[in-house]
Design a protein around this ligand. Structure first.
Ligand code: SF4
Ligand code: SF4
Ligand code: SF4
Length: 774
């Protein structure tokens, strides 16, 4: 992933975009933060956030025309927030000093401001804070300009004086009662100002600039031409703004303040010789892409003040702030346990991942490796942000640069290798046929979880289709794809393709949703159909009725866009006489069972949380059409049927939920399935491979092995090796042996004793440490 890709991804997650109130506010006051502070009763913190952006907080808290309120998302469910009244409450109940002491570096440059209205004073304040020497000229006898038109009750003069006190404190000179211009009667000639000062700001009111005959370029209405971004004029030393620029009747005080702030930035840049126009798009009101759902938000009217003259009381202010929706997006985080687990949102993960990819010291591999790649985030995101693509990209990069630890997905890759080895893989035409009209590909998970049902399904297909049904046992390569092992994945799908060609290019009927996705996306030449749509079309096998139940359907995340499959699954359930309950999220919004993306291998604790959350959604028994979903749910104690459990029932035709199936059992069953079909269907005299040694494993030890991804076959190797070579320790206290064996990169340890029917396993663990023969 390069920087350009990162930026493209970043642009898709809108979570860090401004909330609508802040985006509409010309000063970008952090309203959301201020509301949060008020809700906590911390008016001083609220005031700090407000005053950080508002140059004269007392005045603005009284007379802002609050464009934010109209933009507020609350409007979709009632009135917008009374933001200005809450700013006033922050000012009223703030207990911190209003004026803070700032150390100002002296810039030794002089700026004149003509006009002591709010825009001119904003320029003066901003530049004085930066260390410039400011002089403010005005024809009036006091500061305030248009502000002086507000009645005392609306804008107390003392409050104005308090706000303006900072100007004197910063050394701003006031020349009041003075007219500036180049006309007769002007007390100070504009040209003299230009000669004396390094820059001049004209913060003029609603009087035509031509009256001043300033010698600046004018438009046809006789107004000074002003650059709308920089507030510069035809004279590089002169900047202009204020209500003069605004339409009569639509005067906005807060826009005058914003103009003053922008002009101050320009003047500072001009005096420092820096480009005026660079990176200014964030100034002033702007649109925002932040998505905030108001679904289910109850309308609530604005809190009315008991005394409008006094403003909100503390309690009223807190109640009003509670109406704030605290606008966020987080649509994906609300639904994804993985995103929630790492305590942030996709945009911040994209940055962390990029940092991880480019830094020498790598961290957060587990975060990259834990996404289940279920693509629910893409589904709910307005801009289709794909965490799955991001994590896959990162995993591939880590593998290709040798930074993926072999243990990360080693177990799943070993299982892939095993499923496609001679021990478990098989491709055959139906006995008595030299070609196949269709080929059944059950997938390694169904083969490991329910080998009997693979055989039943194969027999059913052979009954229904008379022109030859081939069988192919193996793994579709999904674990390699998820692990970022591109080469291994390509090898797996190429081998499927060449076997399919060898079989005469039949249509393939898939028994696993993950295989379905892999075939569809990566083997476009192969015509495929999912078992469920096929069965729905050609009719179910004749089986005794299993009764009538209400079952909650869990759709597989790998089929989220396969509406036809969803419908067929539900049709089949109804044909079997069951009632279907839909889970809160289903079909295209379904959730992962924790198997996808190898989440379970990378982060077992998280995968458990994902499963538990899903199985808690309904107290009904679940039905799935993926072997791994069934096994994951069943292993966490939820009664869950695979669709084939219902179709075939048990031997009495009863609906009985199969017990949990662990890694070891799935591993062994794959090889057993191959020998069984060869023996029973093709009539070959094959023997099951004899176990290296017999093991006796108690349930709690088996659970521990399952948790640590240790297979029975791994411990058989440990003990066979220890007994053959004598490389073992004996614990003289309890007589147990301790031995280890390292078939590839993982060392397996077993503590065992010799029992009557086999070796008794007392404990087992594994690690990646090297044991040297010295
Ligand atoms: S849904 Fe998620 S990824 Fe999309 S904008 Fe919202 S927070 Fe960002
Ligand atoms: S609801 Fe709150 S955060 Fe959202 S726009 Fe309104 S004031 Fe801002
Ligand atoms: S687990 Fe699924 S929803 Fe969550 S980030 Fe990964 S792909 Fe998106």
């Amino acid at each position: 992933m390069d920087l350009q890709q990162l930026h493209a991804m970043e642009a898709n997650c809108t979570q860090e975009n401004l909330p609508r109130c802040t985006a509409a506010c010309p000063l970008h006051v952090d309203v959301r933060g201020m509301m949060a502070a008020i809700r906590k009763g911390d008016f001083s913190a609220g005031y700090d956030l407000f005053a950080k952006m508002a140059p004269f907080p007392g005045i603005i808290s009284r007379v802002c025309d609050q464009p934010c309120q109209e933009a507020c998302k609350r409007v979709e469910a009632g009135d917008g927030l009374a933001i200005n009244a809450l700013e006033q409450a922050c000012r009223n109940f703030n207990t911190q000093p209003l004026l803070k002491n700032n150390l100002i570096p002296n810039k030794n440059k002089k700026v004149a401001v003509v006009g002591a209205g709010i825009s001119g004073l904003t320029v003066a304040l901003n530049l004085a804070k930066k260390g410039y020497k400011l002089t403010v000229f005005d024809t009036g006898t006091e500061f305030g300009g248009r502000l002086l038109e507000f009645p005392e009750a609306k804008l107390p003069r003392q409050m104005m004086a308090d706000d303006f006190a900072i100007l004197a404190k910063l050394g701003v000179q006031a020349k009041l009662g003075v007219t500036v211009g180049n006309h007769a009667g002007a007390g100070v000639l504009f040209n003299d100002l230009l000669a004396e000062f390094d820059a001049v700001y004209l913060g003029l009111g609603q009087i035509k600039a031509a009256d001043f005959a300033l010698g600046l370029e004018m438009d046809s209405d006789g107004c000074i031409c002003i650059d709308p971004v920089t507030f510069g004029t035809s004279n590089p030393k002169v900047f202009a703004g204020g209500s003069y620029r605004q339409e009569q009747g639509k005067l906005s005080l807060i826009h005058s303040v914003a103009a003053g702030q922008s002009a101050a930035i320009s003047i500072d840049r001009a005096l420092q010789g820096v480009a005026l126009t660079f990176s200014r798009s964030h100034e002033g009101p702007q649109p925002t892409r932040l998505f905030t759902s108001t679904e289910g938000v109850e309308p609530r009217p604005v809190v009315v003040m008991a005394d409008s003259g006094l403003g909100y009381t503390r309690e009223e202010a807190t109640a009003e702030a509670e109406r704030c929706l605290d606008c966020q997006c987080m649509e994906c985080v609300k639904l994804c346990e993985y995103l929630k687990h790492y305590r942030a949102y996709p945009l911040s993960y994209a940055r962390q991942i990029y940092k991880n990819m480019t830094s020498v010291v790598r961290k957060s591999n587990q975060m990259i490796n834990s996404c289940s790649m279920c693509r629910l985030c893409e589904e709910v995101c307005q801009d289709n942000f794909s965490m799955a693509d991001l994590c896959r990209e990162a995993r591939e990069t880590m593998v290709s640069t040798g930074k993926m630890p072999p243990s990360a997905f080693g177990f799943a890759l070993q299982e892939l290798k095993y499923s496609n080895s001679d021990l478990a893989a098989l491709t055959r035409h139906e006995p008595g046929f030299s070609q196949s009209q269709v080929m059944f590909y059950p997938g390694c998970q169904l083969s490991g979880s329910a080998p009997g049902q693979v055989i039943q399904t194969y027999n059913y297909l052979r009954e229904k289709i008379k022109d030859g049904v081939g069988l192919m046992l193996g793994c579709c390569g999904a674990p390699a794809d998820w692990a970022g092992e591109k080469e291994k994945f390509i090898a797996a799908i190429q081998s499927i393709k060449s076997e399919w060609e060898r079989m005469g290019t039949p249509k393939v009927i898939l028994g696993c949703p993950t295989c379905f996705m892999i075939f569809k996306n990566n083997l476009p030449d192969i015509p495929v159909e999912f078992l469920w749509t096929f069965m729905d079309q050609i009719g179910l096998p004749e089986v005794p009725s299993a009764g009538s139940y209400t079952l909650a359907v869990h759709d597989s995340c790998t089929t989220r866009h396969e509406r036809e499959i969803h419908d067929s699954v539900r049709n089949i359930l109804r044909q079997l006489g069951h009632r279907v309950e839909e889970l809160k999220t289903s079909r295209e919004f379904t959730e992962c069972c924790g198997f996808g993306g190898l989440m379970q291998i990378a982060n077992r604790e998280l995968a458990r949380m994902v499963v538990d959350r899903r199985i808690d959604e309904s107290d009904k028994d679940y039905v799935t059409y993926c072997a791994m979903c069934r096994d994951n749910f069943t292993n966490r104690g939820k009664t869950t049927y695979h669709l084939l459990d219902l179709i075939f029932g048990d031997k009495n035709g009863k609906m009985t939920a199969r017990p949990p199936v662990g890694y070891s059992q799935r591993h062994e069953e794959r090889a057993r399935l191959k020998t069984t079909v060869l023996r029973e269907i093709w009539g070959e005299a094959v023997q099951d491979k004899p176990a290296l040694v017999n093991l006796v494993i108690a349930d709690e030890v088996r659970a521990l092995m399952e948790d640590s991804l240790i297979l029975t076959a791994d411990l058989q190797q440990v003990i066979e090796y220890a007994e053959r070579t004598g490389n073992k320790f004996r614990n003289s206290t309890n007589g147990h042996f301790l031995a280890c064996y390292k078939p590839a990169y993982v060392t397996y340890w077993a503590e065992y004793s010799v029992g009557e029917t086999g070796f008794v396993i007392h404990d087992a663990y594994s690690h990646r440490m090297e044991i040297l023969d010295k």
